[in-house]
Ligand binder design. Structure first.
Ligand SMILES: Cc1ncc(COP(=O)(O)O)c(C=O)c1O
Length: 389
């Protein structure tokens, strides 16, 4: 079923206030998400935080089912944490690395992930290598295959990078990783909520994502998937009385499920809001969401590319709903500020967020416009017209 744009806009109070094209930053939530959170915060205020959590326990448990349905995994393979970075970190820093071990990644890897690679490399003597891109600008799967040897201990790739429309060929990467028996950690922060994600098809062993971007959930919540066969092999860098049990004065036992990557304290309202956001997306259907995101992003790319002095920088064969562009004679920051005055929300991506990729392409910063299915064709036209003027 195609998206009923009028209906989803009516469900989204923010749509009547702004032309929100910053969904790669944080999307406008549907009313059900905001209401779920407000209801829980009110319950906490009126009955106490622990008492409210006890009342919400069955619904909180259902959030794990929602994530599992989104990813086609088992609920025991899901941890709900503060954000995508912590989710990714908990998986990455659990992997044992030693001198000479190799981490293979992509050129457009997200800064926080790459900083973690460098930190781990500095501590352990492992190395990190960004695999070359192919002619379309996406990770070259043949080059990845050729780079494999028995010292490769991790393949870690961002599905949709933060700064543009590239979609890395993750299913092919997953197949290579599986064949080689190397764990594959996928950063799905920008793809979750804008396209279907099936961990069996993707072939990833770990996947991280956030609530607030294309999933349209709250800020301050994210989740981690870890394949069942990997959970028992990974010792999280931090443990507490939720992720482990203190069973004797000198012994503890880690949980057997993915909640070993969580901590006890958390934002219950945000977790419930995440569950509501995922249910909303599943109800619309991720195929329908992807189709409409594509249509709007294509319209935006074509509109911008037709303007004098404007360059769209997105690479990759198939493209996501993130459009990175620059305009001759006007700094990205100035463009974003000018659009903001007109009620059009975009953001900018600087070279620091995907340093290797942006530096190789000679880019300091791009304007990042990221439509979602609830945007209209008219809103896209307004952005294009505002950039022209
Ligand atoms: C590709 C990618 N990975 C990870 C993150 C980090 O997500 P979070 O801010 O939820 O930790 C971002 C945020 O922009 C991102 O774009």
């Amino acid at each position: 079923m195609p998206i009923d744009v009028d209906r989803v806009r009516a469900d989204t109070p923010g749509c009547s206030k702004v032309n929100h094209l910053n969904n790669a930053g944080a999307a406008l939530p549907p009313r059900s998400v905001t209401q779920t959170m407000i209801d829980h915060l009110r319950l906490e205020a009126e009955t106490g935080g622990y008492e409210a959590a006890a009342k919400a326990a069955p619904r909180l448990e259902r959030c794990y089912d929602s994530v599992a349905a989104l990813l086609n995994c088992h609920r025991d393979e899901v941890a709900i944490v503060e954000n995508a970075t912590r989710a990714w970190d908990m998986a990455f820093y659990s992997l044992p690395l030693g001198p000479g071990d190799r981490i293979l990644t992509a050129r457009a890897e997200y800064a926080s992930n790459y900083i973690a690679f460098l930190q781990a490399a500095g501590r352990t003597g492992a190395t990190v290598e960004a695999i070359a891109d192919d002619a379309d600008g996406q990770l070259d799967v043949d080059a990845l295959r050729q780079a494999l040897d028995d010292r490769v201990k991790l393949i870690a790739v961002t599905h949709v990078p933060t700064s543009g429309g590239l979609i890395n060929p993750v299913e092919a990467i997953g197949a290579v990783a599986r064949q080689a028996g190397v764990p594959f950690l996928l950063d799905a922060c920008q793809s979750a909520g804008q396209m279907p994600l099936d961990v069996e098809r993707l072939g990833c062993d770990m996947l991280s994502a956030t609530g607030r971007k294309f999933l349209r959930g709250p800020r301050g919540v994210g989740f981690l998937y870890v394949r069942n066969s990997w959970i028992g092999k990974l010792e999280p860098p931090f443990l507490d009385l939720h992720s482990a049990s203190w069973i004797a004065p000198d012994r503890y036992e880690m949980r057997a499920d993915a909640r070993r990557f969580e901590t006890w304290e958390g934002n219950v309202a945000a977790k419930l809001g995440l569950g509501a956001a995922i249910d909303y997306a599943l109800d619309l259907g991720l195929d329908a969401i992807r189709a409409r995101c594509r249509t709007l992003a294509d319209q935006l790319r074509q509109g911008l590319a037709a303007l004098d002095g404007v360059t769209v920088h997105d690479t990759g064969r198939d493209k996501a709903a993130i459009v990175g562009f620059t305009k001759q004679g006007e700094e990205p920051r100035r463009i974003a500020d000018r659009l903001s005055v007109l009620g059009i929300n975009v953001s900018i991506s600087t070279a620091q967020s995907t340093l290797i990729d942006m530096a190789a392409r000679g880019l300091d910063a791009v304007v990042r416009a990221s439509p979602h299915y609830y945007n209209t064709e008219e809103e896209i036209d307004r952005l294009v017209a505002a950039v022209r003027n």
